[in-house]
Design a protein around this ligand. Structure first.
Ligand SMILES: CC(C)(COP(=O)(O)OP(=O)(O)OC[C@H]1O[C@@H](n2cnc3c(N)ncnc32)[C@H](O)[C@@H]1OP(=O)(O)O)[C@@H](O)C(=O)NCCC(=O)NCCS
Length: 171
C-alpha cells in the first residue's frame, strides 16, 4: 500500500469508500460522503492535504483529508472525514494515512490539526483533548471528543473558539 495525493479520477472511489466506512443502518447515504465533495468545491479545500492509500492493484483502500478551519480567526486545520474501506480496516491503513497527513501539514507550517473523533484511536497520533490547549469546540457536547494535535509551528496564543468551514454546517 502506498499513500499519495488525491488525483483526478479519485473522486468516485473516495465517495464510495467514505459511504461504506460511515454506513449506518437505516441511512441511505451517510452525510460524510457528500461532505467530501462539498469540501472539494469550497475555499476550505487544500489539495495537498487530501490523501489516498492505494493497494498494489491500484484500488483505493482509504482516504484522509485536512481542510481549513479557524481558531478565533487564526487559520488551522480540521482533519476528517477519515475513511478506510471496510474490508481493509484494522490493517494499518488508517494509521498510515493519519501519519502521512500530519507530516504533510507540518511541512506546510500549519500550527495544529483539530478533529472530532474517538479518544481511543487518535491519542496514539499525539492528539489531546482540545481543552488542554484552550481551544473550544463549536458545540459544548463535543468537548469529550474534540481533539487537537499541535505541529512544529504551534503557537500557544492560538486559542479560543474553533470553527469548521461552511460545508460542515450542511451535515
Ligand atoms: C477508524 C478508522 C479510520 C481506523 O482505520 P483502520 O485502518 O481501521 O485502523 P488502523 O489499522 O490504523 O488501526 C487499528 C487500531 O485502531 C483501532 N480502531 C479502529 N477503529 C476504531 C474506532 N472506530 N474507534 C477506536 N479505535 C478504533 C483498532 O482497535 C486498532 O487498535 P489496536 O492497534 O490497539 O489494535 C477505520 O476503522 C474507519 O474507516 N472506520 C469507519 C469510519 C470512521 O469511524 N472514521 C473515523 C471517524 S473519527
Amino acid at each position: 500500500m502506498l499513500v499519495r495525493r488525491e488525483l483526478a479520477g479519485d473522486e468516485a472511489p473516495i465517495r464510495a469508500i467514505t459511504a461504506a466506512a460511515f454506513a449506518r443502518p437505516g441511512e441511505d447515504v451517510p452525510a460524510e460522503a457528500p461532505l467530501v465533495d462539498w469540501l472539494r468545491a469550497s475555499p476550505a479545500w487544500i489539495p495537498e492535504l487530501s490523501l489516498v492509500a492505494v493497494d498494489p492493484d491500484g484500488g483505493v483502500a482509504g482516504h484522509v483529508l485536512c481542510t481549513r478551519g479557524t481558531v478565533a480567526e487564526a487559520p488551522v486545520l480540521a482533519l476528517g472525514p477519515l475513511s478506510v474501506r471496510p474490508d481493509r480496516q484494522r490493517s494499518g491503513v488508517g494509521k498510515a494515512l493519519v501519519h502521512a497527513v500530519l507530516g504533510a501539514a507540518d511541512a506546510r507550517d500549519e500550527p495544529l490539526v483539530a478533529l472530532l473523533g474517538s479518544t481511543s484511536y487518535y491519542p496514539r497520533f499525539g492528539f489531546r483533548l482540545a481543552g488542554e490547549y484552550g481551544i473550544i469546540p463549536q458545540h459544548p457536547e463535543w468537548e469529550e471528543h474534540f481533539q487537537v494535535r499541535t505541529l512544529t509551528a504551534y503557537d500557544p496564543a492560538v486559542r479560543g473558539q474553533f470553527a469548521y468551514s461552511e460545508p460542515f454546517d450542511r451535515m
